[in-house]
Design a binder for this molecule. Structure first.
Ligand SMILES: [Zn+2]
Length: 480
């Protein structure tokens, strides 16, 4: 199952404020971009460009170049590292700064591989780390080499600035997130867990949403849906296409797919999604706020209309409040004039963390209600279920405080519809929080973003993220 950051939810501000903000922000951004960079800003940019220039696309997956760079930088600073490698060229690097042990460690996780590229789609060569127009361009710029660079810089700064630590700070630069978890997180969690065991973990999965150049809110991922797959198999008599048959297998299959896809699973909220919609309502227009509050109601007459609106206009919100089904693949037929006797379809299923999979499958069977269609779970690496990370923890409070300090924005605890490697650590009892830099929603429509044709980030937002990240780590692991 390739890593799937999925999309951090975005709600467009429906107010006329945008234009004015763009002008103000553009001026502010350019003046900050023009001010001379500090030595720390120069250095973290240098590390960022260095790791972006390494082609570590997966497949084929070769993270050794990135790890060699990290090893050199960390050892030069006298920070001990270990390499854990299940297969050649797929190293996982672990660096540790010792605290006084009064509290359990803090883990900083970043993945060093990226998804592939189509060079024709890039403004600048995808591994050139070109800086242009206030942006840095490169495959991995926002998924996930920004965390590789700020994680490295955080370790170097903690060491250099002699920050006294109550907790060990562990930096894990993991392999294989984009498709080969067996060499990365599964190898670390199953074979070398003591090397990364911690109370809290910071990783990808969240982000700060900018609309019209203005920060709207920060999403902090505390839980995620579990990717699964259902396979539908319909069987029926084979035949000649010139003689239509009542029990044509393909007819039954398509009816089953339509039934499963149009079924509306029940709404189910958890601590994270309840907090998400409550807080989102507080920063939305009255009309939007009414819907975000309505979906919290246990009365379907109240939540129903809001949910119906989401399913049409804000599908990501509809997906956050239920286990979901998306038909994605069909294997059927081989000749226009032959009625096939066996056909298959695959449904991408995402269950909520507390959803009982057997019960869900049983309901889908009932919804399809066709004995000639077999309904079964398909082979897929299923991530372990785990309760959401707590909202009343030191780590979450430190993240919230730094969102306020660095972005002057509200924090929305978020259920990710996609999946990250945090799932494997949460299943081990680690409280994991997904964070990320500020990105413009407008960039997504221009083809920039995680798993998109191109990736880029504003230099000013990369630098702000580096400061934000460092301060969270200091607040969680440093001595008060
Ligand atoms: Zn990623």
């Amino acid at each position: 199952m390739p890593g799937e950051l999925g999309t951090v939810p975005v709600t467009i501000v429906k107010s006329g404020l945008v234009v004015a903000c763009i002008l103000v922000t553009a001026a502010a951004t350019s003046s900050r971009a023009q001010s001379p960079a500090s030595p720390i800003e120069d250095e973290v940019m240098r590390h960022y460009q260095a790791v972006l220039r390494v082609d570590s696309t997966d497949p084929p997956g070769n993270e050794s170049g990135v790890v060699a760079y990290l090893k050199e930088q960390l050892e030069r600073e006298g920070i001990p590292i270990e390499i854990f490698q299940l297969e050649p060229n797929r190293p996982n690097l672990v660096a540790r700064l010792k605290g006084n042990g009064s509290k359990r460690p803090l883990l900083l996780m970043a993945h060093t591989d990226t998804v592939n590229v189509d060079p024709k789609k890039w403004t600048f060569p995808p591994f050139s780390a070109t800086r242009d127009g206030g942006y840095v361009y490169g495959r991995g710029a926002v998924d996930n080499k920004q965390d590789v660079a700020v994680g490295l810089m955080t370790m170097l700064r903690l060491k250099r600035e002699n920050v006294r630590l109550d907790r060990d700070v562990i930096f894990l630069a993991e392999a294989g997130e984009e498709g080969t978890t067996r060499v990365g997180i599964l190898h670390m969690a199953n074979d070398h867990f003591p090397a990364i065991d911690a109370e809290y973990c910071l990783a990808e999965g969240g982000g700060v949403t900018r609309v019209g150049g203005r920060v709207k809110y920060a999403s902090v991922e505390t839980t995620e849906k579990i990717p699964r797959a259902i396979e539908l198999t319909a069987r029926g008599p084979a035949g000649h296409g010139s003689i239509p048959l009542e029990n044509n297998a393909l007819t039954h299959l398509t009816q089953a797919v339509a039934a499963a896809a149009t079924w509306v699973p029940p709404v189910s909220l958890n601590e994270t999604t309840a907090a998400y919609f409550k807080r989102l309502a507080s920063i939305s227009t009255p009309e939007e706020a009414e819907r975000y509050r309505a979906v919290l109601s246990p009365d379907p007459k109240v939540s129903g209309p809001a949910d119906a609106y989401f399913r049409k206009q804000e599908p990501i919100h509809a997906s956050m409040i239920r286990s979901s089904i998306s038909p994605t693949m069909v294997q059927a037929g081989y000749r226009v004039n032959v009625i096939p006797s066996e056909v298959k379809a695959t449904l991408d299923v995402r269950t909520l963390p507390d959803q009982d999979p057997a019960a869900f499958l049983e309901v889908v069977r009932k919804v399809i209600n066709d004995p000639s269609v077999e309904v079964a779970w398909a082979a897929r690496d299923v991530r372990p279920a785990a309760p959401p990370a707590r909202l009343d923890s030191d780590a979450f409070r430190a993240i919230e405080a730094n969102v306020k300090k660095h972005y002057d924005a509200i924090t929305l605890p978020t259920l990710l519809t996609g999946a990250t490697d945090m799932a494997y650590l949460r299943a081990k009892g680690m409280q994991c929080y997904g964070i990320g830099p500020a990105l413009d929603v407008e960039d997504q429509t221009k083809g920039f973003g995680a798993h998109s044709d191109q990736e880029r980030i504003l230099e000013t937002e990369f630098q702000r993220y580096a400061r934000f990240y460092y301060d969270i780590v200091k607040d969680v692991a440093g001595q008060p």
